[in-house]
Design a protein around this ligand. Structure first.
Ligand code: SAM
Ligand code: SF4
Length: 331
């Protein structure tokens, strides 16, 4: 296959998301089923195994961006070391976190060379936060977003917008971009195993723009060709906002992303139903290259082969979903 990972739809892959742990200190209803079981430690990739696999993707296949995710990456004790190892591969490294313990690790993360952080926050109401995450923590997460900005990190705030749950808070999140140079991303609620998804619970991209546009005028910004988000700005405001419209306007045509679960299973799409066990192969001393290349060649044109998320396809989508909840894929 040569130096790049190119699939049968001619998409070149430059971005790898690595889940470092499937555990989490929150229990977001849209991400983790109540009865979720977690992997024993021996099944997780070790720090060294993560470095070995990542190095192969970078040095042999030209991956230029790695995002560390989970579960909650900061519940794993050696995540800062993993960040340091990956930065040493000379790629762009980011982390996606619920920020519940970011204040405990921020100095070390900055010291390791981290420049940006994506933080998930779905509400500004402490009681609602408890309902959505099944845990307490709004004040800490909000404080840690401000801390990350103070410390000079580039900050993106991810909000999963669900009809009847938090769709009345969009403007509050847009307001964040008035005073702060940060990037808010409104994510359409996506279907995963055990998250009680229904098309009627999705607050859509067009509804979001209509809602924001009823109060603010805003301008469209240029998007990176591989970006999952469509970006906007209220003229004169410091920050920007964007919508990730996976459900109503999927963006698979330019997808350049691959994924590795915490137990070393490679997935070529968030919605894949197939995965390739790289960790067992590594532990058996096998060559990973043919496995990686075959996995990429098997990538479907759209949504891991699911039908589009149109209302008439809802039953089929729910029937065909991968058995993994989001928390064990790594978003
Ligand atoms: N624990 C970290 C966090 O919450 O940022 C990282 C892992 S989390 C699975 C990664 C991202 O996936 C978060 O921004 C989360 O909001 C998003 N996510 C989880 N389930 C989702 C769903 N059903 N629809 C849309 N986004 C989802
Ligand atoms: Fe945990 Fe992130 Fe999933 Fe919430 S979205 S349960 S914080 S992994």
């Amino acid at each position: 296959m040569g130096g790049s990972l190119i699939d049968s739809h001619k998409r070149v892959h430059r971005s790898l998301r690595i889940s470092v742990v499937d555990k989490c200190d929150l229990r977001c209803t849209y991400c983790m089923p109540e009865d979720q079981l977690f992997l024993p430690k021996k099944d997780l990739m070790t720090r060294e195994e993560i470095e070995t696999i990542a190095r192969l993707f970078v040095e042999r296949y030209g991956i230029t961006k790695i995002r560390i995710t989970g579960g909650e990456p900061l519940v794993r004790p050696d995540t800062v070391d993993i960040v340091r190892d990956l930065i040493a591969l000379h790629v762009k490294v980011g982390i996606t976190t619920n920020a519940l313990s970011l204040h405990k690790h921020i100095d070390e993360l900055i010291d390791a060379g981290l420049k940006s952080v994506n933080v998930s926050l779905d509400t500004f109401d402490a009681e609602r936060f408890k309902k959505i995450t099944r845990r307490d923590g709004f004040r800490i997460v909000h404080g840690n977003i401000l801390l990350a900005l103070e410390r000079g990190l580039r900050v993106k705030v991810n909000m999963v917008v669900m009809r009847g749950v938090n769709d009345d808070e969009l403007l509050r999140f847009v307001d964040l971009t008035r005073e702060h140079d940060l990037h808010v991303r409104f994510i359409e609620f996506m279907p995963f195993a055990g998250n009680k998804w229904g098309r009627e619970r999705v607050y859509t991209y067009s509804e979001m723009l209509g809602h924001i546009g009823s109060v603010h005028s805003f301008e469209k910004l240029d998007d990176d060709p591989h970006s999952t988000a469509k970006a906007y700005r209220v003229p004169g405001w410091k920050g920007t906002f964007a919508v990730i419209s996976t459900v109503t306007e999927p963006f698979c045509g330019n997808c350049d992303r691959l994924r590795l679960t915490a137990e070393g299973k490679m997935r070529n799409c968030l919605f894949s139903r197939d995965e390739t066990d790289l960790l067992t192969a590594l532990r058996n001393g096998e060559d990973l290259a043919p496995l990686i290349e075959a996995n990429v060649l098997g990538k479907h044109a759209m949504l891991g082969g699911l039908p589009q998320f149109k209302p008439e396809c809802e039953e089929e989508v729910l029937h065909d979903l991968s058995t993994r909840p989001m928390v064990s894929i790594g978003g």
